[in-house]
Design a protein around this ligand. Structure first.
Ligand code: 5AD
Length: 351
């Protein structure tokens, strides 16, 4: 190892530095750690964005409740199951079901039913990750019992102060933490993460984010650059405050991924889609420096464009087959082998 990363100050100085030599050392170290702990392997999760209806009103997010400029949709259950079937056939190994946060008996039952169907169609072979926001422990338990094995719930920022600037008053940081702990107790593989380059965000907060993720002992991480969405309140703020440029947010995210790989060698780290919005080869670059999961979007094309978390979110119109084949070539050209027909559980997870 070339760098010494022990204290918060070490992390801050790396995040703040634009020395080429230091960057080179950081990425060489993180690549080495990746190779020795999870191998030069990338796993897919077929991402199905099953609904963009959301009861939350996060100031940064394009599908927030108060955005009346988007068309709201709900996939039919049969379309969700069909997309999962496609993932299974293509050997993606796992699917991730994502939607806006809806808390209701109906939603609990609907998702339970979908999970059961997906488990049945794959003889239990297809892994299931959920990303459906804060729910009651009972709901989390029901989904786990139905067969879901992983849950993604980003903390978005570990700073309470920043959290309160990004969310309305009724969105509680503590409640989110409790949800993460409940998921852990229920023996989900737990994923969390943050946005990088938010208005008001400091380097110290980013360093704290990494230490927070280590401290709550996540199994998986997804973190990506913040990207403005014009129909959100935070967009206005972005105009009024000094912020990192998109390129800086991109590079800082790569550094965060590399640092996290060094801090948590065996977790799964996703190369977030928002990286690709800034740099065409963003996901490949993230894989090179430590990420090992990619979530190809297999939401039926007609709906994809309405799941607009941020502006310029990519939505191709290729078939899933073509898309996966091109993506796989691109990833393999950057050095990793893509693993098919395996769930790709987090090696960090101890059941
Ligand atoms: N820029 C980047 N990421 C965003 N997300 C939501 N809005 C934005 C944005 N404007 C991310 C959040 C959320 C995930 C589903 O999408 O981190 O957890």
């Amino acid at each position: 190892m070339r760098l010494n990363i022990e204290s918060k100050d070490d992390i801050i100085s790396i995040l703040d530095s634009d020395s080429r030599a230091l960057l080179h050392d950081l990425f060489a170290d993180s690549t080495e750690v990746k190779l020795h702990n999870v191998g030069a392997l990338t796993y897919y999760r077929g991402l199905i964005e099953l609904s963009n209806k959301c009861a939350k009103d996060c100031y940064y997010c394009g599908i927030r409740k108060s955005n009346d400029k988007i068309i709201r949709y709900d996939l039919d259950d049969k379309d969700v199951v069909e997309a999962a079937q496609c993932a299974y056939r293509l050997g993606l190994g796992s699917v991730a079901l994502q939607a806006g946060e809806i808390v209701s008996e109906k939603q609990t039952l609907r998702i339970t039913h979908i999970i059961e169907k997906i488990k049945a169609l794959s003889g239990g072979q297809l892994g299931i990750t959920l990303s459906l926001g804060e729910q009651s422990i009972e709901t989390y338990r029901q989904w786990k019992d139905a067969g879901a094995e992983r849950y993604l719930l980003r903390i978005e920022t570990s700073s309470r102060e920043l959290y309160s600037k990004l969310h309305p008053l009724d969105h509680s940081y503590d409640q989110r933490l409790e949800a993460l702990m409940a998921l852990r107790d229920l023996k989900y593989q737990v994923g969390s993460g943050v946005m990088v380059g938010l208005p008001y965000q400091t380097t110290e907060q980013l360093a704290d984010d990494l230490l927070f993720l280590k401290n709550i002992d996540i199994d998986m991480c997804g973190m990506g650059p913040y990207i403005e969405h014009v129909d959100t309140p935070l967009y206005q703020k972005s105009l009024e405050t000094t912020m990192l440029s998109l390129e800086e947010r991109f590079m800082t995210t790569l550094k965060m991924i590399a640092l996290l790989r060094i801090l948590m060698p065996t977790i799964n780290i996703a190369a977030a889609t928002s990286l690709e919005t800034i740099d065409r080869f963003g996901r490949e670059k993230a894989i090179k420096v430590g990420a090992n999961v990619v979530m190809p979007n297999i939401t039926p094309a007609f709906f994809k464009k309405n799941y607009s978390l941020y502006n310029n979110k990519p939505f191709g119109d290729q078939s899933n087959e073509e898309y996966i084949s091109v993506l796989t070539k691109r990833i393999e050209r950057s050095g990793d082998k893509v693993v098919f027909f395996k769930k790709g559980n987090s090696l960090h997870f101890k059941p």
